[in-house]
Write a protein that binds this ligand. Structure first.
Ligand SMILES: NC(=O)C1=CN([C@@H]2O[C@H](COP(=O)(O)OP(=O)(O)OC[C@H]3O[C@@H](n4cnc5c(N)ncnc54)[C@H](OP(=O)(O)O)[C@@H]3O)[C@@H](O)[C@H]2O)C=CC1
Ligand SMILES: CCCCCCCCCCCCCCCC(=O)OCC(=O)COP(=O)(O)O
Length: 308
């Protein structure tokens, strides 16, 4: 390659990079004073998102099932409310509802809209996990996980969407999982709900982009939260174990930071996991036969006894 061709290629790359940077600056969502709704804000990743979006100056609406725990988070943040040169922070509002009671979500969306009259950013974070083998799992458990992780969040999204369309602006984030991209044994209800989530929000992204509404699907690997402790088993009882994989997962503060950056950059789809899960995602698509073999060996090795 001659020197002039090389400089042309480098120049072209430079222009492309500059264009991407400008595009990000132009389309990046503003967080200061934005109304940000966070579901599952009482603990884990949702609580960390609340802390980081509060510090960035968002007007928060914290959602969860437990009023007391939501108010504790709101109080903690209120004590940090400041008006500094870095930007004003705001006292959060709270709205209590159960996403699994899908028929009540419309009313909750009304309450959310009443807080500030609009929603700029919706973070669908709340969720539960599951442990069990399909043979011993009640259909009611499959439905319950689907209600919390899929039907509840999409009902909330659909209830808030018309107001975003009217304003020709908004951003919707959903916290999925690496298990929205690959299915691993003994997680049927959870992986199915996260795969459905991925598909729904991919459709939504395409359908609302021309209204100026962005959609980000976040797919994390393990995070240090209470997710496994709160997981349900095949008969609907609580699993109640802090799994090693969860305990050794990422710091939820780092994941929350990545969520904030994804909103600022209007990222469409991000994976927050180590090289092995990332490799598994590629393998699932490029060499499915090998992926299925590895999963079947994994299933045999783990062999989950009834209802554990
Ligand atoms: N931890 C991990 O390893 C990973 C987690 N994720 C995802 O991150 C998200 C957050 O989970 P995480 O912080 O880890 O787990 P936690 O169990 O700590 O938090 C879950 C949150 O969801 C809320 N929630 C659960 N069920 C309902 C319901 N029916 N209605 C309303 N709110 C509900 C809980 O609120 P309350 O009980 O107060 O109502 C709680 O605040 C989930 O979507 C999860 O799938 C993704 C990948 C990995
Ligand atoms: C010859 C090369 C073979 C390479 C094969 C690689 C296959 C590796 C499999 C890796 C599986 C990763 C699973 C990750 C699961 C995960 O991070 O889930 C996140 C969650 O949502 C956690 O929820 P849970 O309730 O399951 O704790």
């Amino acid at each position: 390659m001659g020197a002039s061709t090389l400089s042309l290629v480098l120049g072209g790359l430079g222009v492309l990079l500059l264009y991407r940077m400008l595009l990000r600056l132009r389309t990046g969502a503003r967080v200061q004073d934005a109304v940000v709704v966070i579901t599952g804000a009482s603990s884990g990743l949702g609580k960390e998102c609340a802390r980081i979006f509060h510090a960035a100056g968002a007007r928060l609406v914290l959602c969860g099932r437990d009023t007391g725990r939501l108010q504790e988070v709101a109080q903690e943040l209120t004590q940090l409310t400041t008006s500094s040169s870095q930007g004003k922070t705001h006292t959060p509002s709270t709205v209590t509802f159960d996403l699994a009671k899908v028929e009540t979500v419309d009313r909750a969306a009304g309450e959310i809209l009443q807080c500030y009259g609009q929603v700029d950013i919706l973070i669908n974070n709340a969720g539960i996990s599951y442990r069990g083998n399909i043979l011993d799992t009640d259909l009611s458990v499959q439905r319950a996980v689907m209600d919390t992780n899929y039907f509840g969040p999409i009902a909330l999204t659909q209830a808030l969407l018309p107001s975003m369309v009217r304003r020709r602006s908004g951003h919707i984030v959903v916290i999925s999982s690496i298990q929205g991209k690959i299915a691993i044994p003994y997680r049927s209800a959870y992986a199915a709900s996260k795969h459905a989530t991925q598909a729904y929000f991919d459709c939504l992204r395409a359908e609302v982009e021309h209204y100026g509404i962005g959609v980000t699907v976040v797919s994390p690997g393990y995070i240090q939260t209470n997710l496994s402790l709160n997981a349900v088993t095949g008969d609907g009882s609580k699993y109640g174990v802090l799994d090693k994989t969860t305990a050794m997962g990422r710091d939820p503060r780092d994941v929350a930071k990545a969520v904030l950056e994804a909103v600022r950059h209007r990222s469409k789809d991000i994976i927050l996991a180590g090289p092995l899960p990332a490799l598994a995602v590629y393998l699932r698509n490029l060499w499915p036969a090998l992926f299925f073999k590895v999963m079947s060996l994994r299933a045999r090795k783990e062999q989950r006894p009834q209802n554990d």
